[in-house]
Write a protein that binds this ligand. Structure first.
Ligand code: ZN
Length: 241
């Protein structure tokens, strides 16, 4: 099966639209959304509508939970808190119900899927080999796919050692190794590359591929400013940080 992964869409409609053009060109067997559909960006309802129409499986991220009152806003910085409060006021009743129905961890297609980590599906950042190693120890998955860091990466268990590297774009062969992989962020990349990030995994070849897509950053920025959201949330999009 050829599976696609989108994560951390963050209400960025131009980024999602551009990624879905690339998604449609890949002839996937299924598309999985790892959560954080909303927060930071200016198009929460449009992004939920489009992502839920296209994705076969969707998870809830911490920002999704924050927007529906299921995550403590005190854990957010001021920009995230401001955008969560704005998003709460924007969501339609149907989209609130939809977010309420999502879980943050699921096993599907022979993979372990979580928004953040297997150990803590809502909040933990798998951003270094030590945290990855602790996650390999808590469950017996072969391959886990997580988002949340906004940085595409591959962590692998090699005997007793855990390797970890960023995968800004391109392929990694996961054959014969337990792995935790991250497709990066559609709507707010943070690895210094402003292009939207998503990934595929081919279960026949065990190849994980990170794909980058240019999108109309300016359109997303203007929508953020027009909505009265913090300006920082617009400027960071052009830097990919
Ligand atoms: Zn996120």
């Amino acid at each position: 099966m050829l599976l696609g992964f989108i994560s951390d869409l963050h209400a960025n409609l131009p980024a999602l639209e551009a990624v879905l053009v690339d998604v449609d060109a890949q002839q996937l067997d299924a598309l999985i959304c790892l959560g954080d559909l909303v927060g930071y960006g200016a198009s929460p309802n449009e992004v939920i509508d489009l992502a839920s129409e296209k994705a076969d499986v969707s998870l809830a991220g911490n920002h999704d939970l924050a927007a529906i009152g299921s995550f403590d806003l005190a854990l957010f910085n001021r920009h995230a808190r401001a955008s969560a409060e704005w998003t709460s006021g924007e969501l339609t009743p149907a989209n609130i119900s939809l977010l309420l129905s999502l879980h943050s961890h699921r096993d599907a297609f022979g993979l372990s899927l979580a928004h953040a980590s297997i150990r803590d599906p809502v909040s933990e950042y798998v951003s270094n080999p030590q945290v990855a190693g602790e996650n390999f120890a808590v469950a017996d998955f072969d391959i886990a796919v997580v988002g949340h860091t906004h940085v595409p990466a591959v962590f692998a268990l090699m005997g007793q050692f855990v390797t970890g590297e960023r995968l800004p774009a391109g392929r990694a062969d996961l054959t014969g190794q337990r792995s935790i992989v991250n497709p990066g962020s559609v709507g707010q990349p943070r690895d210094g590359d402003p292009r939207a990030s998503w990934a595929t995994f081919d279960s026949r070849t065990s190849i994980f591929e990170v794909r980058r897509v240019e999108y109309d950053v300016r359109r997303a920025q203007e929508a953020i400013i027009q909505a009265g959201l913090p300006k920082f949330l617009a400027t960071r999009l052009q830097e990919g940080t």
